[in-house]
Design a protein around this ligand. Structure first.
Ligand SMILES: NC(=O)c1ccc[n+]([C@@H]2O[C@H](COP(=O)([O-])OP(=O)(O)OC[C@H]3O[C@@H](n4cnc5c(N)ncnc54)[C@H](O)[C@@H]3O)[C@@H](O)[C@H]2O)c1
Length: 385
């Protein structure tokens, strides 16, 4: 009886709670349900290069996206062509090419944007040619194999006036974005420590690792980007402890387990704890600590339940791989790119941050190889803030 006074006459006479903006999957659903796209509604002609692990994620979304017409699939392995066609019911309007015949893509004026998800060593060439032919470019990290080549790609993009998006997908994850926003509002005060844990699952194939560019440029770049994106400052000092516990990874001169310690100009300490394999799933956590409190992103699970029985308590397993843990961030990231192409949004991944990430990854590599603390110097022109 005591709470009777709080009872509303009817919920139907009140406004429903609006969907939170972080639930962008729901926003996409509403567009699909109402069959009304927000924005300019221009159909965007697309070519996708490389249908492997990353390419499959993006192609899957693009093929069912009403804003997009996939015009070309450039895939070097011709054995995949028929499987892709039949699996996705791809019609004959989509042209399949190998890399040697990719000029057709660049020359085709109907191709408005190019998606680069081929191996890292092919990126720079595709990005450069696409920009030279006035296309917008979405490129999986990294854009090129070193900072000079990356800088040239961005200079070209600026000169041509086309967007070049580096696919740092954690920036488009709801949980990571929320921490960034709250740190920006001062919710933990000055950040004393920012820490990411990043352990891969499943173990990436050795053939992939051989051409990946090494753990710092292939994998740690995501975490380095997370740190500088949240803090809005670049580190000035780094030390690294690195091991190769997997013999095949040692043989190719790479590391599988690294711990990176950064010092930032404001006194913040940054830690990246990374491994190429975790047997309990794709372990991706973030913690930000200041004197006003702590913000955390915990692992996410396909099943949220907790099993409690007398003999044991069991928490359900976490997501197994990037494809599942970050699936919504890939959708959000691609939507952002399409919005940029369509003139509705500005690029959210600043070119100066991308260059800084490359420079910091190289400093980490040097620190790992020499065992020394490496200082990182910045010119004021390198800093976006
Ligand atoms: N953001 C992320 O979460 C994420 C995850 C995985 C990979 N990646 C990045 O995506 C890129 C691809 O990685 P992956 O794991 O998908 O590799 P992958 O080896 O699984 O796939 C690469 C595909 O490209 C094809 N290919 C090779 N050379 C080509 C060329 N010249 N033109 C067109 N296609 C070509 C291969 O046949 C293969 O199908 C890498 O740069 C990697 O760093 C990003």
């Amino acid at each position: 009886m005591a709470t009777l006074k709080f009872k509303d006459s009817s919920l139907y006479k009140q406004e429903n709670t609006a969907a939170p903006i972080e639930d962008y999957v729901y926003s996409r659903h509403v567009e699909d349900f109402e069959m009304q796209l927000k924005g300019n509604n221009n159909l965007i002609g697309i070519a996708v290069f490389g249908i492997g692990r990353a390419g499959t994620i993006h192609l899957t979304y693009l093929l069912r996206n009403p804003r997009v017409k996939v015009l070309y699939i450039v895939e070097q392995d011709k054995n995949k062509w028929n499987s892709i066609k039949s699996y996705w019911n791809v019609n004959d309007e989509v042209k399949f090419l190998d890399f040697d015949h990719a000029d057709e893509v660049y020359k085709d004026k109907n191709v408005r944007a190019v998606i680069v998800t081929s191996p890292t060593k092919t990126h720079e060439d595709i990005v450069t040619k696409a920009l030279d032919h006035d296309k917008a470019v979405f490129c999986e990290k990294p854009i090129a194999e070193n900072i000079e080549k990356t800088r040239k790609c961005f200079e070209k993009a600026k000169q041509i006036g086309q967007p070049l998006l580096t696919a740092f997908n954690r920036r488009f994850d709801a949980a990571f974005s929320s921490v960034k926003e709250r740190v920006g509002k001062g919710d933990v005060g000055h950040v004393n420590v920012i820490k990411t844990t990043s352990r891969d699952s499943p173990l990436p194939g050795i053939e992939y690792l051989k051409v990946s560019g090494g753990i710092f440029h292939d994998s740690a770049v995501h975490n380095i980007d997370t740190l500088i994106w949240i803090l809005r400052e670049y580190p000035i000092k780094v030390s690294v402890a690195a091991s190769a516990n997997i013999p095949e990874i040692a043989e190719i001169g790479d590391f599988d387990t690294i711990v990176i310690l950064f010092t930032f100009p404001s006194g913040t300490l940054g830690i990246i704890d990374m491994c190429r394999y975790s047997n309990y799933g794709y372990d991706q956590r973030l913690e930000v600590f200041g004197f006003k409190g702590m913000l955390k992103v915990e692992n996410q699970q396909p099943l949220q339940g907790v099993e409690s029985r007398s003999e044991n308590n069991r928490v359900c397993p976490i997501y197994y791989s990037f494809a599942s843990r970050f699936q919504n961030s890939y959708v959000n990231e691609m939507d952002h790119f399409l919005n940029v192409v369509d003139g509705q949004e500005k690029l959210k991944v600043d070119y100066q941050d991308v260059l800084a990430v490359s420079k910091i990854a190289s400093a980490c590599e040097e620190a790992a190889k020499t065992g020394k603390i490496v200082e990182i110097h910045w010119d004021s022109k390198d800093l976006p803030f």
